[in-house]
Write a protein that binds this ligand. Structure first.
Ligand code: ADP
Ligand code: ADP
Ligand code: ZN
Length: 222
């Protein structure tokens, strides 16, 4: 069985960046509820519009909507999932546990990426992503090699998220501390919590994460 993991951390901690690296390095499958919701908000249905408003304010979308999105993906089969930005509430964590059990799967580890608020503000305010392939960049810490085009796919469609502004970020941080940070205790109690210092360079964080993954697969092989 391939290992399933959760990346936990505040907005801007580097979850998406590390999830993408793990898909390249270890062939895991990234399940980002943020990306799924950005897809869902494009639809002109009532739900689509409501999702867009809530996301732009920086609040959490209802548990029901995100759990439905994740259920669809898990029930479609497969394993080796990286949950990126999910679960974000205790209700979501319980739902995930049930969905995994139904499929005879487990979460091997939860990697908490810790970064202080000052750095989060800097990361969010400099973030942009490639509209072609989803690669994540930053104005100073991870610029594109050629200005204006994606290193990976060459697309010139480089986008900034509407919710990456100071006001929405303040709300997102509050949402994180109020609703998501209790998950640290939840997973600690299950003996699954691992902490990585997210203030390091992208490469060093990735090395720590990969070391942790090696440890998990050794344990699985025993
Ligand atoms: P970030 O990269 O800042 O951590 P994401 O891309 O993961 O943000 O999520 C963007 C927004 O999508 C969140 O602010 C929230 O509105 C919504 N969202 C994403 N995942 C969830 C979730 N698991 N539960 C509720 N809302 C979510
Ligand atoms: P999250 O998914 O947790 O919201 P991202 O992976 O989107 O975070 O990263 C937020 C921003 O910070 C992006 O612009 C990204 O390029 C940059 N970034 C990610 N990891 C690091 C790091 N270790 N050091 C410096 N900048 C980083
Ligand atoms: Zn690209």
């Amino acid at each position: 069985m391939t290992t399933n993991i959760i990346l936990l951390g505040p907005p801007g901690a580097g979850k998406g960046t590390q999830a993408r690296k793990l898909t390249e390095d270890r062939g895991l499958v990234q399940l980002s509820t943020g990306d799924m919701l950005r897809e869902a908000r494009k639809s002109s249905t009532e739900t689509g519009k409501r999702v867009a408003e809530v996301m732009d304010r920086g609040e959490l979308v209802t548990d029901e909507i995100v759990i439905d999105l994740i259920r669809e993906r898990i029930q479609a089969g497969g394993s080796g999932f990286i949950f990126d930005g999910f679960p974000r509430t205790l209700v979501q964590a319980d739902a995930l546990r049930e969905l995994m059990e139904e499929q005879g799967q487990t979460i091997a580890a939860v990697i908490e990426m810790s970064v202080d608020d000052d750095q989060l503000v800097k990361r969010i305010s400099g973030r942009f992503t490639c509209g072609g392939c989803g690669e994540v960049y930053h104005d100073t810490s991870r610029p594109t090699q050629v200005s204006g085009s994606c290193d990976d796919c060459g697309s010139e469609q480089l986008l900034r998220r509407p919710d990456d502004n100071a006001e929405s970020l303040r709300t997102r941080l509050m949402e994180y501390y109020k609703k998501t940070s209790p998950l640290v205790g939840y997973f600690w109690r299950e003996g699954k919590l691992h902490r990585v210092n997210g203030l390091q360079s992208i490469g060093n964080v990735s090395a720590d994460v990969n070391r942790l993954m090696e440890g998990l697969s050794e344990r699985e092989a025993l």
